[in-house]
Design a protein around this ligand. Structure first.
Ligand SMILES: [Cu+2]
Length: 455
């Protein structure tokens, strides 16, 4: 349940125009809005006085603000949170205002913002406003530009937003631990002229990776490379919101990467162009068509396309990043005839199961006993069967009849008759094929376990 409150623009609020921090203006703390729902919250629509198309944060929400003498005031609370990664698994993370990632901060180019940060963590923290040009003392680097925010204390950040763009916020204090625990959020600055960089839908998400042992709930923060949960906004497939649009709409997707590796984000269907980074908008002449854009560590990318009807997969193209927790030391069993071994082991271990001699696809349909609070390695079912996915995967759902501003799931795409791949039942002729290279018989023989099969 959301207990968000929307602060309306104060009538007659005067522009302050101050360049220095106003300690008098910062005298009272705005209410801290807490959110616990793991699904996308209704957007703060332009009718609430916002002169911009709000961002749709996947499985997230935008932080309400209040006007105080021309300054937009926000209140972030850094605190431990429980985040559902997908139905069936909850993680103990750190975040802001009840969620990881924290709420999206949305403001407008030229705005003066005052952001109160209350620390309810067991250790000190700070907030760095990634990519925003501001006075050095507001940059949030603990020890370098400010004293750390100790547990129980509240600090004030105040600055003017010089240009529109796609940004993040995250701690710059014990970063390795705090970001591995999920502390991050989006900071979107809309153009002052709403006609500039206008789109009909504007989605946003952050890439985060966790290493949570099967059966446990708290990430191992010391892990450097071997993560087992690859998330968008701290959610994994099939728990990630779909990206819903109407045919012909101009759609933007903003992606930021706070993991320890790069993620080539690939979208099926319409080609897109990269229109922005956290460094600003890409000039039109410098944009080029793409179907995959690599988002390196600490980078953000904004992509745009014209929506085409269909169900289009969008995912990280590192195939291990569309899997949930799994062991990485599995031997490749393809081509190994282990029927005999399985029979013999079953006599000793009745539940023993052998898999993988024909590939791993059977895992997608299999129900295996799992430790509590653990997701299957691959899961999710589409209209034609198991999707065999996990992790960084979602679906762009484009329909002709989606109403403007409606982000609700329209269900699976109903393909026009005759437009779906189908089984051929006629005679199959010998296809052209390359000649096999000459290899010695030992290389090509089917490997069999030594000894007798028991028959
Ligand atoms: Cu990836």
């Amino acid at each position: 349940m959301s207990n968000r409150r929307i602060f309306f623009r104060a009538a007659g609020a005067a522009a302050l125009g101050a360049t220095a921090v106003s300690r008098i203006g910062a005298a009272s703390l705005p209410e801290a809005v807490i959110q616990t729902s793991p699904t996308m919250q209704p957007l703060l629509h332009p009718s609430t006085g916002r002169p911009y198309q709000p961002v749709a944060t996947l499985n997230g929400w935008s932080l309400p603000w209040r006007m105080n003498q021309g300054v937009k005031e926000f209140h972030l609370v850094a605190e431990p949170v429980v985040r559902e990664l997908a139905p069936g698994m909850k993680a103990r993370l750190w975040g802001y205002n009840g969620t990881s990632p924290g709420p999206t901060i949305e403001a407008v180019e030229g705005d003066r913002v005052r952001i109160f940060v209350t620390n309810k963590l067991p250790e000190h923290t700070t907030v760095h406003w990634h990519g925003v040009l501001l006075p050095s003392g507001m940059d949030g680097v603990g020890g370098l530009t400010q004293p750390h925010i100790q547990p129980g204390k509240t600090f004030v950040y105040e600055f003017t937003l010089p240009r529109a763009g796609t940004h993040m916020y995250h701690p710059h204090a014990d970063e390795m631990t705090q970001m591995a625990m999920g502390m991050m959020g989006l900071f979107i600055i809309h153009p002052k002229d709403p006609r500039q960089m206008k789109v009909d839908r504007d989605f946003a998400f952050l890439l985060a990776a966790y290493d949570i042992e099967p059966g446990s709930a708290t990430p191992r923060t010391a892990e450097m490379t071997d993560f087992n949960l690859w998330t968008w906004n701290s959610r994994v497939f099939p728990g990630i919101d779909h990206l819903v649009a109407r045919t012909g709409e101009r759609v933007r997707i903003r992606i930021g990467n706070l993991t320890m590796t790069n993620h080539p984000i690939h979208m099926h269907g319409p080609n897109f162009v990269v229109t922005g980074t956290d460094g600003g908008w890409v000039p039109p002449a410098a944009r080029w068509p793409e179907v995959t854009t690599d988002v390196a560590v600490g980078q953000m990318r904004a992509i745009e396309f014209d929506a085409v009807a269909g169900d289009w997969a969008i995912h990280c193209h590192k195939s291990h990043h569309t899997m949930n927790a799994m062991g990485h030391s599995l031997p490749n069993m393809i081509g190994v005839d282990h029927r005999g071994i399985a029979e013999r082991i079953t006599k000793l271990v009745p539940d023993y199961m052998v898999m993988g001699d024909k590939g791993m696809a059977e895992m997608g349909a299999m129900e295996m006993p799992l430790p509590d609070n653990t997701l299957p390695m691959m899961t999710g079912t589409g209209p034609y069967g198991p999707l065999e996915m996990g992790g960084m995967f979602s679906v762009v759902k484009v329909r002709d009849d989606v109403k403007p501003g409606d982000y609700s799931d329209p269900g699976w795409y109903r393909h026009p008759p005759g437009s779906v791949a189908y089984e051929y039942t006629g005679e199959v002729r010998q296809p052209a094929r390359a000649a096999a290279p000459k290899a010695d018989a030992k290389t090509l023989q089917v490997r069999k376990p030594s000894g007798h099969s028991g028959h």
